[in-house]
Design a protein around this ligand. Structure first.
Ligand SMILES: NC(=O)C1=CN([C@@H]2O[C@H](COP(=O)(O)OP(=O)(O)OC[C@H]3O[C@@H](n4cnc5c(N)ncnc54)[C@H](OP(=O)(O)O)[C@@H]3O)[C@@H](O)[C@H]2O)C=CC1
Ligand SMILES: CC(C)(CO)C(=O)C(=O)O
Length: 295
């Protein structure tokens, strides 16, 4: 099976590292320089203090026709519209697979009615060190769910043969994305404004209280039904990723734009639709947007 991966970031490189031994993988990068380095120097995967070199093919996105049975799109939410505008020539048999955090991509995808679209949630920790090096900082899983059309050849990803990289399937993409959204809406902005690792949210009681208040508001905005299990999931993730910096904090620390619009921005809109007061989410939204500008 031919796999294309658009975006040579943390998640794109992690996927390339684990899928390349089993499938024919091409990474489509935004910069020619990254494609050249990947082709010349190979991809380095760091895991538990060991380093492995993996041969992958890379090409500048847009410079050649994308020939893939399954095409992963691993760019950040705010780069999606650019990428989607360049996907019109991709064959209709190609399954498009989106792995973004947050919810804003769903609106963009509604314009792609005729395509086979799969959504995914990644629960691995991945850190990109340079254009050719990715560290697998936390072994989790990737869950896929059919959004529209058929799975096509993406079915072949589900046979569980890749060590350290389990891939599961669920029929319910709405619950899958909402569960992840709640986690990101609570952990990411708090760790960002407090500039702390995820584990501090459950180690320091006052931070846990802040988390509980924000969690309650997020649940009301999204009209979440199973709150107890959602809370346990957040606590479990704080424990499991205790030493990690959330992606939002890491974006701020590296002076990058965050995905706060697709995460808290979405929660704010849902709250507005339901007439729910969202003062905490609004406060945090402004704080993170301000930090983006402050640099
Ligand atoms: N990192 C993690 O542990 C997790 C991330 N996610 C989600 O996965 C998504 C990707 O995250 P992550 O990999 O961390 O993000 P990164 O910022 O590390 O990577 C995004 C990549 O997309 C590339 N890109 C942007 N525009 C284009 C374009 N037009 N054509 C080709 N490539 C492009 C960027 O290129 P360039 O380098 O040139 O800027 C960059 O390499 C996000 O939505 C995130 O929320 C989900 C779970 C965990
Ligand atoms: C699960 C969590 C909070 C792990 O850091 C994450 O997805 C992120 O940082 O974006």
């Amino acid at each position: 099976m031919r796999i294309g991966i658009i975006g040579g970031g943390a998640i794109g490189l992690l996927l390339a590292a684990y899928l390349s031994p089993y499938f024919e993988v091409t990474v489509y990068t935004r910069r020619q320089e990254q494609a050249d380095r990947l082709n010349e120097q190979q991809l380095r995967l760091c895991k538990q203090g060991r380093e492995q070199r993996i041969r992958v093919r890379a090409a500048l996105f847009g410079a050649e026709k994308v020939q893939a049975d399954v095409l992963f799109i691993t760019v950040k939410q705010y780069h999606l519209s650019d990428v989607l505008s360049q996907l019109t020539n991709v064959p209709s048999t190609t399954t498009l697979l989106f792995l973004q955090n947050g919810m804003n991509h769903l609106r963009l995808l509604s314009q792609w009615k005729e395509r086979n679209i799969v959504l995914g949630v990644v629960e691995h920790g991945a850190l990109k060190h340079d254009d050719c090096t990715v560290e697998h900082t936390g072994i989790g899983k990737m869950t896929l769910s059919l959004f529209q059309g058929t799975l096509g050849q993406a079915e072949k990803l589900l046979d569980g043969k890749i060590p350290y990289f389990p891939i599961e399937y669920t029929d319910d993409w709405q619950t899958m994305l909402t569960d992840k959204l709640v986690v990101n809406a609570v952990i990411n902005p708090l760790t960002t404004i407090l500039r702390i690792q995820n584990g501090e949210l459950i180690r320091i009681q006052e931070y846990t209280e802040m988390m509980k208040q924000l969690f309650a508001e997020v649940c009301d905005s999204l009209a979440l039904s199973n709150r107890e299990s959602a809370w346990h999931r957040i606590v479990a993730i704080c424990e499991k990723t205790a030493a990690n910096r959330s992606s939002m904090l890491s974006d701020i620390e590296h002076r990058r734009k965050t995905e706060v619009e697709a995460i808290l921005g979405y929660v704010l809109e849902e709250g507005k639709k339901r007439g729910v007061a969202t003062s905490l989410c609004q406060f945090l939204f402004y704080a993170v947007k301000g930090m983006e500008k402050h640099g």
